[in-house]
Design a protein around this ligand. Structure first.
Ligand SMILES: [Fe+2]
Ligand SMILES: [Fe+2]
Length: 206
């Protein structure tokens, strides 16, 4: 099911121009679904890496949506829908934080991951049906491209780990996000370096 949804999202994305914010978000939804499948179906170090990639992509994707997409959708689809999506993202961030603290090889992790995957999939579908078409209809190609640029910029600087204290609140995201991002990216680099060292790699961690 996740595979079919990812295919549908990629097909929709391919119909939009390169750089369009909705195209980028749809491609990321598809990638998120692929990574859930990867985490579920792999073992050992591969599973750990797939979860690290999923965790980082989800963290930056949801932050960027809150900062770039949501202000526009708040205007075009209304406060109620925008608040509902922000709330789901705050809940997903809390759950992702809990998963992050668990051992990816524990039996309990699989059960929690399955529930989380369902929740994230439902959230993505709601965005695709309630927000994306309205934003596409309201904004012209140039505006959507500019939003795409803004989204990619935010994603370059967004925290790569879930931060429940800032999720769902654009004000807190702007205030705490950049600092949390630096800390997260240093942590990621050290973790990658540690894994490379454990495999006997030489040279500085990248
Ligand atoms: Fe979202
Ligand atoms: Fe999304």
């Amino acid at each position: 099911m996740a595979v079919q949804a990812a295919e549908r999202e990629r097909a929709q994305a391919a119909r939009l121009p390169e750089g369009d914010v909705i195209r980028t978000l749809l491609e990321q939804h598809a990638r998120i679904r692929d990574l859930f499948v990867d985490v579920r179906s792999t073992h050992g170090e591969h599973r750990r890496q797939a979860f690290a990639e999923l965790r980082a992509l989800l963290a930056v994707h949801e932050t960027a949506e809150e900062l770039v997409l949501r202000p526009v959708s708040r205007r075009v689809v209304g406060e109620e829908v925008a608040n509902a999506r922000d709330k789901e993202e705050a809940e997903a961030t809390r759950d992702l934080r809990e998963l992050e603290k668990m051992d990816v090889f524990a039996a309990e992790f699989d059960a929690r991951l399955a529930t989380f995957e369902e929740m994230v999939g439902r959230h993505a579908l709601r965005e695709e049906t309630s927000e994306f078409p309205a934003v596409s209809a309201e904004c012209d190609a140039e505006q959507r491209h500019a939003m795409g640029d803004a989204l990619r910029t935010v994603e370059r600087f967004a925290p790569t780990h879930p931060h429940p204290s800032t999720a769902g609140s654009p004000v807190r995201q702007w205030m705490v996000g950049p600092f949390a991002s630096v800390v997260d990216r240093v942590k990621d680099t050290l973790e990658k370096g540690g894994r490379a060292a454990a495999r006997g790699a030489t040279g500085p961690p990248i």
